[in-house]
Design a protein around this ligand. Structure first.
Ligand code: ATP
Length: 251
């Protein structure tokens, strides 16, 4: 796996997505390499979620390409991208409230290619157990998801994504609602996943978390990339600090 570190796993080329007269994503290039944590930052309305939707397949770009492991997936629906190794968590938490924590995670384990075809129920159970353990959720496995606090539900969503053993993981504000202990665990888990060769791309608002986690940062404003590069360099870029402070981006 580590031999692949740095190889592009998910690539956007010239992506454009319009809503009516608004270019929410206005010609964007981005690469999430294997074995790295890549962060996407920018003020509200910058286009981060729209770009995520185009990468995950929940939105179709009006122009440009999405490549997953070198394969053009621009026109493939979400479930095909999942089969090719893409997983995602959402800004708005979505769990099945009446299912247990473990059953919610199992949903992710069963989306893995070949699970049904080969009747790999045992393997799906193992993947579920592994994902629960990685996120420290074993003790809550049998509890109804609907009774858990937000912090736990974020971890359940992440466990569900991991249970499919993806090669590319998209995370939309993964630390929102987590307390400091859960955030520390999340950081350790995400770094550990990158070390296994997974490509991680996260949308994040907290500069401290971005500094702690990300190898590379893409900063968006008004649908465009305003700065890209190593985390410390991008976070110190005046165009980025202005945009994050809510002021107009001019450059
Ligand atoms: N479904 C939609 N219909 C119309 N306009 C949309 C839609 N989704 C996003 N937009 C517009 O596209 C632009 C980019 O929005 P987007 O949600 O992608 O930004 P964001 O960077 O993710 O913001 P936030 O940090 O608030 O989630 C905004 O002007 C938004 O109003």
């Amino acid at each position: 796996m580590n031999g692949e570190r740095g190889t592009a796993r998910l690539t956007a080329r010239g992506l454009v997505r319009r809503y009516g007269g608004i270019e929410a994503v206005a010609g964007v290039d981005l690469t999430a390499p294997a074995g790295r944590v890549t962060a996407l930052i920018g003020p509200n309305g910058a286009g981060k979620s729209t770009l995520f939707d185009c990468l995950a397949g929940t939105a179709r770009p009006d122009a440009g390409l999405v490549l997953l492991g070198g394969r053009d997936v621009t026109r493939l629906p979400v479930h095909e991208r999942v089969r090719l190794g893409l997983a995602r968590t959402f800004q708005q938490i979505a769990v099945f409230p009446r299912l247990s924590v473990a059953e919610n995670v199992r949903v992710g384990a069963e989306q893995r290619p070949g699970t049904r075809r080969h009747r790999e129920a045992g393997a799906a159970a193992e993947r579920t157990a592994r994902a629960l353990a990685v996120l420290g959720l074993d003790a809550l496995a049998a509890e109804p998801a609907g009774e858990q606090p937000t912090g736990v539900l974020r971890l359940v969503e992440l466990a569900r994504a991991l249970a499919g053993e993806p090669r590319v993981l998209l995370l939309d504000e993964p630390a929102a609602g987590l307390d400091s202990a859960q955030t520390a665990r999340l950081v350790t888990v995400l770094r550990g996943l990158a070390d296994t060769g997974m490509a991680l791309l996260l949308v994040e608002h907290d500069p401290d978390l971005v500094t702690e986690l990300a190898d590379t940062v893409y900063a968006m404003a008004d649908g465009r990339m305003v700065a890209t590069g190593p985390t410390a360099t991008v976070l110190a870029d005046p165009r980025v600090t202005r945009a994050w402070g809510g002021a107009e981006v001019t450059g």
